[in-house]
Design a protein. Structure first.
Lengths: 98, 272
């Protein structure tokens, strides 16, 4: 019984340690200037659970990394892009959380 | 006195300040707005010379993004105006503005959009000073603008009209119409956090109707001026520096008035 409990605890610890944060690729249309891209960064940073935002203007791509156990829906991404004054083209989850 | 007041009227109805927004031209109007919940702090210096008349103006403006397409703002200038014999300084008219982007077409790394601007220029500037710091009347501003913003090329076109009010002395500055055609180029596209420079060349036209005193037109007021205006915008992430100079290329002013020699503008802007 004691051994089983230790095994479960270790398994939980292992699972937590290797739980990858969710990551999304948000393709944005209308993004042309670096000064304007600041609005995208601010808009996504306001979303709950967002840890990191990276913007590639040339590719019209915003990479959003979440905190552990946090997620982002397509509707949230659409609203964030709209609030920044741009248009959402596509939304993909590239790293799935465990 | 009337001539001096007319000079003050012209100074008080300048459209140099209060129209500059973010990634817009230096002197013209563009459709750019601010992200929702965002603040813009804008500090500006303008200098204008026409014959023996000189106007220096420092202004601070605060703007707020109501939505991604709608921004409101307020701007308060501090002026120092002088002519051959007199000079005066103090706070000028407070201007409240709102810009709404009613059309947008977004594609990869390209944005085309159009916006309307509405503004009101209040009458708090002291019109009794000589030269006057305001025109003593409430004025309204309306504008329509189109912008094409790509990774390399920029294009803007705008028309603005200023409806000037009549002050307590029966003096009314002539309404003013402004036309802007602007091209811009980013010679080297840069990534998001790197410094970014856009060079601009503007053609700015201004037509003023005659000022009126108790309904009678003033001979030495109103007319048309055209300017060619090179400028640039330098940005790094959420900070921008814009500067440019308006060089007069054609002038047809009524009666006896000084033609503009030049106008200079320097702006600093933060998005928060």
């Amino acid at each position: 019984m004691k051994k089983s409990l230790i095994a479960i605890a270790l398994a939980l610890l292992w699972s937590t340690a290797w739980s990858a944060p969710r990551e999304y690729q948000v393709h944005v249309d209308g993004l042309a200037c670096p000064f304007c891209a600041y609005g995208i960064e601010k808009s996504f940073s306001k979303q709950a659970g967002v840890k990191e935002v990276e913007t590639d203007i040339q590719a019209g791509l915003v990479r959003v990394v979440m905190e552990e156990d946090a997620s982002l829906s397509e509707e949230q991404a659409r609203k964030a892009v709209k609030a920044a004054g741009f248009s959402l083209r596509s939304f993909n989850e590239t790293v799935e959380g465990n | 006195m009337i001539r001096r007041t007319a000079i003050g009227l012209l100074a008080g109805t300048s459209l140099l300040a209060s129209q500059a927004w973010a990634h817009d031209p230096v002197f013209g109007l563009g459709p750019h707005t601010l992200f929702k919940g965002g603040y813009e702090i804008h500090v500006e210096y303008d200098r204008e010379e026409a014959g023996s008349e000189t106007e220096n103006e420092a202004a601070v403006a605060l703007r707020y993004g109501l939505t991604g397409d709608w921004v409101i703002g307020a701007e308060l200038p501090y002026k120092r105006i002088s002519d051959e014999t007199e000079s005066s300084s103090g706070v000028g008219d407070l201007t409240l503005t709102s810009k709404y982007r009613f059309w947008r077409r977004d594609t990869l790394a390209l944005q085309e959009s159009a916006a309307v601007l509405l503004g009101v220029d209040l009458s708090n500037g002291d019109e009794t000073k000589d030269p006057a710091l305001g025109n003593g009347a409430t004025d309204w501003i309306a504008g329509l603008t189109y912008g094409y913003e790509g990774r390399k090329w920029y294009r803007w076109a705008a028309i603005r009209h200023r409806f000037n009010g009549e002050n307590d002395q029966g003096l009314r500055a002539g309404d003013k119409t402004l036309l802007d055609l602007v091209v811009g180029i980013r010679l080297e596209p840069t990534p998001y956090t790197a410094p970014d420079t856009v060079w601009m060349l503007e053609l700015n036209g201004e037509h003023s109707q005659r000022a009126e005193l108790n309904g009678a037109g003033l001979a030495n007021s109103g007319g048309t001026e055209w300017f060619v205006s090179p400028g640039l915008m330098w940005t790094k992430r959420n900070f921008a520096v814009k500067t440019g100079i308006q060089i007069p290329v054609a002038s047809d002013l009524n009666g006896s008035q000084f033609d503009s020699d030049y106008r200079f503008k320097l702006e600093l802007e933060w998005h928060l």
